[in-house]
Design a protein around this ligand. Sequence first.
Ligand code: UDP
Length: 324
Amino acid sequence: MKVLVCGGAGYIGSHMVRRLSHDGIEPVVFDNLSTGHREAVGDATFVQGDLLERDDLRALFSRHRFDAVMHFCARSLVGESVQQPYAYYENNVAGTLNLLQAMREADVGKLVFSSTAAVFGHPETELIDESHPTRPINPYGASKRMVEIMLADAARAYGLRSVALRYFNAAGASPQGDIGESHSPETHLIPNMLCAANGDAPALKVFGNDYATPDGTCVRDYVHVDDLADAHSRALDFMASNEGAHAFNLGNGAGFSVLQMIQAAGEVAKRPIPFEVAPRRAGDPDRLVAGSAKARRDLGWQPRYTDIAEIIDTAWRWHRNARY
Ligand code: UDP
């Protein structure tokens, strides 16, 4: 079996590539390296190209016969999406449309799509499950929701089978410590905390302490990147016996505030995380915690990493020896 991994040089994609190889499935990575890292791909077949270049896609699909596609390529920063909405719609929506058209031309009928909790907007319930309304409040979430709608249309019109996996907060790194999260500039909480712990960055900025949460800082649901990869593998199996377009929310169902994360990271790193309170960041809802019962039921998904200290510890191991 051969699977195209678009964005396989990125944080979550590179963990997926490793998982596929481990399962005896041949991954072919397609990535423009705008934010990904060639080193993260390891020995897998690598093709440098861009979803916005249809010729790149034609060449790719004429060279390989894929059984399925996993699509991790995206711009994914909420704040940036508010500043540069066209870049988000071009990359995330138009780029995905190019991919879908190339798949159709090549008669490839299965897709696992990286979606996000940002499709929901402001939470109306404590746990966000798939029945929660989708009202994105920023262009990033809107771009992902648009693709989900395209996938439903493609299922009806062309019989495309798809699974959209809505990640809550991807976290941690491979326990082997040789691949992990690396963005430039880094904006995410866990790497920023660990940089502050290491002295690689000044004190962590806590974006807002006046949210409607117990300690005033934002609450998020951190899910390990290898558990996300596991859900993708299960989604592949699921599509073998299920037609149509499906969506699943992926999280541990436990919320941690920024201050709780600082405390946990300090214990893992065995040193306090220096921090200061800064103004709120645009587009951050108070609390995002997943209801993942559907993924557990229909995919048989059971996250292995449920202890936040263990999740942070895998990130810390990577962070101390980061190769890229
Ligand atoms: N956050 C923070 N300081 C940082 C980075 C993030 O206080 O340097 C907060 C952010 O406001 C959010 C949470 O940590 O409430 C998680 O943010 P991250 O960027 O990691 O993920 P997101 O929730 O945006 O997907």
